[in-house]
Ligand binder design. Structure first.
Ligand code: AMP
Length: 395
């Protein structure tokens, strides 16, 4: 069965055509600059072929999806093969979705309602869904939510100590994000370690452009570092992570900065970029720190420390931690960041081994003497979306 995994942004559409149950990627690509005026840009790779980025006519998501489907039919799918289902990344499922859902009118309406909580993301995700419905009528669409894995958190973990009506009437609570990645990594850990999923107790550190830490007990999320929005938690590429909420008021009331500008400062101008004044990209920041840049070094220290504080508190919530697992761009690739995080956790008796320095290694990277094993597991959100879609449409 071929599943086309779709991840839509406001002007972009990332796709992967995945064959299941084989779990092989038949093609992947991207349409950018959709609806910005002028041509959109399309690129795709399949097998040994890498089509360079080229201009196409796609003034909206429906035209972009139609173009992608035609390109796949022409270059990738063989006689008799077809796209059997679409799997969509949807950022916010609110409290309505504990798991993925086959999309019908009711589900679509719920996704629209959850758009209040993710105004930048859900409308774009919906545009992708409606585009697929129009471009390929009759082919099932499945929504896979970034928030769903975190819906098992107990109220003591997801409530904010605000007047209760803000939760009841406005849905203000911790939701958590990157759930598809945390779920994939939790399952992969169970498979790789041979532990039954419902006995897995781990702390997952998803460290990428956005980062979140999740405490997994019995295979389920019991707490996570992101909150109502993906701004909360550890220091990230351009996001501040946790700050004293009064800073927002101080900026507005004492510094006269408009709320929209504060939003931009916290989400787009903070984190690695804001403190280092070099870049939001970890590789650049690590390079600058090696070259002696004090602010770059400082933000690396702050990042490792902020991650360590979450890991330490989550380890202490678990009866026994099977592993601390690193994933995503930084978690998988930066041996230094793993060393710095573990170095901050003096009380946990963590000791990294030689494997920590081995590029591309997946599995346990700590020394046998480490009191808690430390693992690296590459995440694969697209595969997780395809697997969830496959499971639902094969029923
Ligand atoms: P992601 O959002 O998962 O794609 O991760 C992106 C982040 O991973 C960026 O900050 C990259 O600089 C970082 N990253 C990717 N490769 C490496 C590497 N080899 N060493 C350090 N950071 C890396």
């Amino acid at each position: 069965m071929f599943i086309l995994v779709i991840n839509c942004g406001s002007s972009s559409l990332k796709f992967q055509l995945i064959s299941l149950p084989e779990r092989t990627v038949a093609a992947k690509g991207l349409v950018e600059r959709i609806g910005l005026g002028g041509d959109a840009m399309f690129k795709m790779s399949y097998g040994e072929t890498k089509l360079p980025s080229s201009p196409i006519k796609a003034s909206n998501h429906t035209e972009a999806v139609s173009y992608v489907i035609e390109a796949l039919k022409k270059d990738v799918l063989k006689e008799g093969q077809k796209i059997d289902a679409f799997g969509h990344r949807v950022v916010h499922g609110g409290e309505k979705f504990f798991s993925s859902a086959v999309i019908d009118d009711d589900v679509l309406k719920c996704i629209e309602e959850c758009g209040k909580l993710a105004p930048l993301h859900n409308p774009a995700n919906m545009a992708g869904i409606v585009a697929c419905q129009k471009a390929a009528p009759g082919v099932p669409n499945v929504a896979v939510f970034d928030t769903a894995f975190h819906q098992t958190m107990p109220p003591k973990a997801f409530q904010y100590a605000l007047p209760y009506k803000f939760y009841k009437e406005n849905g203000i609570r911790r939701y958590g994000f990157h759930g598809t990645s945390h779920k994939f990594v939790t399952r992969a850990y169970a498979e790789m370690s041979g532990k039954p999923l419902d006995e897995v107790n781990i702390v997952v550190c998803h460290l990428g452009n956005g980062s979140s830490i999740t405490c997994v007990k019995g295979g389920k999320c019991v707490d996570t570092s992101m909150g109502l929005t993906p701004l909360a938690g550890v220091v990230m590429g351009t996001r501040s992570g946790d700050i004293d909420p009064a800073i927002v008021l101080y900026m507005i009331e004492n510094l006269g900065i408009a709320p929209a500008e504060v939003n931009k400062i916290l989400n787009k101008q903070s984190g690695f970029l804001g403190v280092s004044e070099v870049s939001s990209d970890m590789r650049d920041v690590e390079g600058a720190a090696e070259g002696g840049n004090a602010q770059a070094k400082l933000v690396l220290e702050m990042t490792a420390y902020s991650i360590a504080k979450y890991v330490g508190s989550y380890v202490s919530l678990l009866p026994k931690t099977d592993a601390i697992v690193f994933t995503a761009g930084i978690g998988e690739n930066s041996a230094e960041m793993r060393e710095w995080v573990c170095g901050n956790l003096a009380g946990l008796g963590l000791e990294l081994g030689e494997k920590n320095r081995e590029r591309g290694f997946a599995g346990c990277v700590s020394a046998p003497s480490s009191k808690i094993p430390v693992w690296v597991i590459p995440t694969n959100e697209e595969l997780m979306i395809a697997l969830e879609t496959y499971e639902l449409v094969s029923k």
